[in-house]
Design a protein around this ligand. Sequence first.
Ligand SMILES: NCCC[C@H](NC(=O)CCC(=O)O)C(=O)O
Length: 435
Amino acid sequence: MTYAEYNFDGLIGPTHNYAGLSFGNLASAKNAGAASNPKEAALQGLAKMREAMGLGLKQGFLPPHDRPHLKTLRALGFSGTDKKIIESAARTSPEILANCYAASPMWTANAGTVAPSPDTLDKKAHFTAANLAANFHRAIEADVTARVLAHIFDDDTHFVHHPPLPGGMHFGDEGAANHGRLCENHGQKGVHLFVFGEDGEKFPARQKLRASEAVARNHRLDPAKTVFLKQSGAALDAGAFHNDVVGVANGTVLFLHEESFADKETAYREIREAAPFVEIIEATAKDVSLEDCINSYLFNSQLLTLPGGEMALLLPVEAGENPRVKAFVDETLSKNNPINRAIYKDVRESMRNGGGPACLRLRVVLSEEEAAAANPNFILDEDRITQLEHWVKAHYRDRLTPDDLADPALMEESLAATQALTDLLSMGAFYDFQR
Ligand SMILES: NCCC[C@H](NC(=O)CCC(=O)O)C(=O)O
């Protein structure tokens, strides 16, 4: 059976803004209060999806969530008409309102963790939506994300869906941003790398070891092909709030910064034991400092296997603008390894909130049969992506500041856009505001 990797990117929602909500995420803090451009953000995201499609890769997307999330605002005691809810939240609790307005479901690397069917005991593909317990604005994504995944992969002969882990931060889980899969080819049993953290001196760790272990158990992974690795405190405190800021795995390659893990020698040994075929390509601190790494998002690139078998790095333009990072990329391309191409893409709107190319996508490996069982409305072809571009251009603003969140007109526009999208995608009464 033929297996292929699908990248499911987050379609960036109409309320994309810079509210500085994520402690430990340096870009989010730095840009707090700045004006965003939601239209440009969504079009940059779609342009990245087009790029991947142009490379001959399979591309899907996950829809944005309904924002503002009125259900959460009501649960927190705001009542009356929708307009009244926005007005009173804006007046008394602008911070709560900003959290309920975040377009953060765009970063689908945090939507959940996926185990492809060749890797699981029951030979089904398993999904666990991430609980994102570390941040209020992200924790409210979990239920709707679980609904989205169940809607797209709606066939229990092929797919198993696990609810977000219970227990709040005790089982804090941030999904695929702390997870990678190594394999010789997609149809063979892969090796799962789960990276967890422990609170640093400056910043808290979001991913807990016990959460990664629970996901691995639920997904019925082979313990011999599962490795749990502790993130280094230095990386966390330098701003790597998710491990995918300092490393990426694809196929036989692990591409990362040498200071990613707490105990590098042990980590590499365990990875090699589980995946003897692995090729580790690392940047030393001398090549690129952790600071350069985090400012440029070098390792938050998508490492993609092209149809011809070679690999390409899809990097943010910021990586090409840093001379030390650019030199390291050029050197990597010139060496004898599978990475032969670098493509720099502009996803600046997302980058300003700490999300690079790899944050914007969830990888799902599917057999042909499984792909045929997935909802085709969320797999892109030329017609579908053009439709989405038109939808963005028709509904999105090109400027949004945190002050604008107080304006009930923004709520009306955003929910009207979401309604139009559900019509376009035949989703029915999908979101909480439609029920
Ligand atoms: N994987 C990338 C995730 C980026 C995301 N940023 C944010 O939520 C910032 C939102 C804001 O500050 O408005 C986060 O930190 O989880």
